[in-house]
Design a protein around this ligand. Sequence first.
Ligand code: COA
Length: 184
Amino acid sequence: MANYFKTCFKRLYVNILQFLLGISFFYEPPVHALKNKIINSLLGSHIGSKVVILDGVKVLNWPNLTILDYSCIFSNVTIRAQGKIQIGRGVIVGPEVFISNGDHSITDLSPMSAPIIIGDGVFIGARAMILGGVSIGDHAVVGAGATVTRDIPACAVCIGIPAKVVKYREKPELTWTILGYKNI
Ligand SMILES: CC(C)(COP(=O)(O)OP(=O)(O)OC[C@H]1O[C@@H](n2cnc3c(N)ncnc32)[C@H](O)[C@@H]1OP(=O)(O)O)[C@@H](O)C(=O)NCCC(=O)NCCS
């Protein structure tokens, strides 16, 4: 019973914090740095001070999440970090993207997870889905609505379900970030 209440209070605490931190005051730069500090100290994540996280973002297991500077997580993104998830520098995670490394074995439904690594300067289009065990190379682009089930090489542009590489782009000298153009 004690464990039940402990789990309930922990969930309530995380949900209330996520709701409060989603208020626009907290995500407009430069206040976002304060927000990231609060998230890191109260929820145990590893989020750079120059990361911008917009409203409605939901994370399961904040301690498993690392996000490096100049990345922006757009509205209503869901990140279910059953294992490590790393998001590099200058990444754009578009609205309503779903990133999850929770899975179940197709033999007996045992829970499983494998790390997700998203490189620097990656753009993930709206409503894309990134599954467990996948690495997305630096400066790759994932099209809106794609489902990434296998590794994507650096600078590749991929679309569809499952995501397939359709072309490659040049690594730009400067990359647009929500905090201005940066050398990513
Ligand atoms: C994948 C993407 C980056 C490709 O950009 P692009 O290279 O300029 O692509 P184009 O518009 O020239 O389209 C090339 C082809 O791919 C198709 N295509 C483009 N995006 C697609 C997508 N997400 N899924 C499936 N097919 C797509 C186009 O219909 C076109 O097909 P066709 O040659 O048969 O006509 C872009 O279309 C995309 O999905 N951007 C994300 C938008 C988004 O999420 N916005 C929210 C931002 S916060």
